[in-house]
Design a protein around this ligand. Structure first.
Ligand code: ATP
Length: 239
């Protein structure tokens, strides 16, 4: 099943105190793809990312990386296998400098040897982070903190990057910047799983998408198919 997938999720279920947040979610992503999972508040998007990352164990179902079952592996091992996440709310270390935050991302075995080169590539992508590399991360603006969270994920030399609502809390202009950064990373070869509430923007950016409602995938297909689907248009695009 999903032999060619870099990451595959099969029948994933997750419950908090007996209430189901994920009800058998399945999806797959091949190397080099940019896909999105879209859904409203509370649909289960963050729960999906956390259960893939191993920070909240799934109650059943399987997550595979290159065909290998990683469902019960601890979060650090999943990071070491090359799955990075840019968390909702960024989760940077406010009392550390920008550069220290970036170096935390390179603390993995898979990334350490190349950290000087990777740091340079992050600074080449985000000139603003280079300018502010000695500044405490907690004093950065919201958009700069989002750049830092992305930079830290890149520092771990990931096989796949999961973005949890990168546009949340950002102005429309900065949201456009974030989406163009995601696009640029994809064009440079990254495999990306984007989780978003901004359905129109994420579907226009991605090749394929999944629509999550109440913890279940209710639709999936190419972005064109989903954008022209009357249910998607009515429920998410205000048409
Ligand atoms: P949002 O866009 O608002 O972040 P989401 O799609 O990411 O939403 P989740 O955060 O995954 O959704 O939440 C899915 C469901 O699980 C919601 O009903 C939420 O209230 C519930 N939930 C999430 N985290 C917990 C928790 N730690 N304990 C109990 N219930 C939780």
């Amino acid at each position: 099943m999903h032999d060619e997938a870099l990451l595959s999720v099969d029948g994933l279920c997750l419950a908090y105190d007996g209430s189901n947040a994920l009800n058998g979610v399945s999806l797959d992503i091949r190397k080099g793809e940019l896909i999105c999972v879209v859904g409203a508040n509370g649909a289960g998007k963050t729960s999906l990312i956390r259960s893939i990352a191993g920070t909240i164990p799934a109650s059943s179902g399987v997550v595979r990386m290159n065909g290998v079952d990683i469902t019960r592996k601890p979060p650090w091992e999943i990071c070491e296998l090359g799955i990075a996440q840019v968390a909702e709310g960024r989760q940077i270390f406010g009392a550390l400098s920008v550069e220290e935050n970036l170096l935390v991302g390179a603390a993995l075995k898979r990334a350490k040897a190349e950290q000087v080169n990777t740091l340079e590539s992050v600074y080449a992508l985000f000139g603003r982070l280079r300018e502010r590399r000695r500044q405490l991360a907690g004093t950065l603006s919201g958009g700069e903190q989002q750049m830092l969270a992305i930079g830290r994920a890149i520092m771990s030399k990931p096989e796949i990057v999961m973005f949890d609502e990168p546009s949340i809390g950002l102005s429309p202009a900065l949201t456009d910047v974030m989406f163009s950064v995601v696009k640029l990373l994809h064009e440079k070869g990254a495999t990306i799983l984007l989780v978003e509430q901004n359905v129109a923007k994420s579907l226009s950016l991605c090749n394929r998408g999944y629509v999550l409602e109440n913890g279940s995938v209710v639709l999936h297909g190419s972005s064109e198919e989903l954008l022209s689907n009357s249910e998607v248009q009515r429920a998410y695009l205000g048409m």
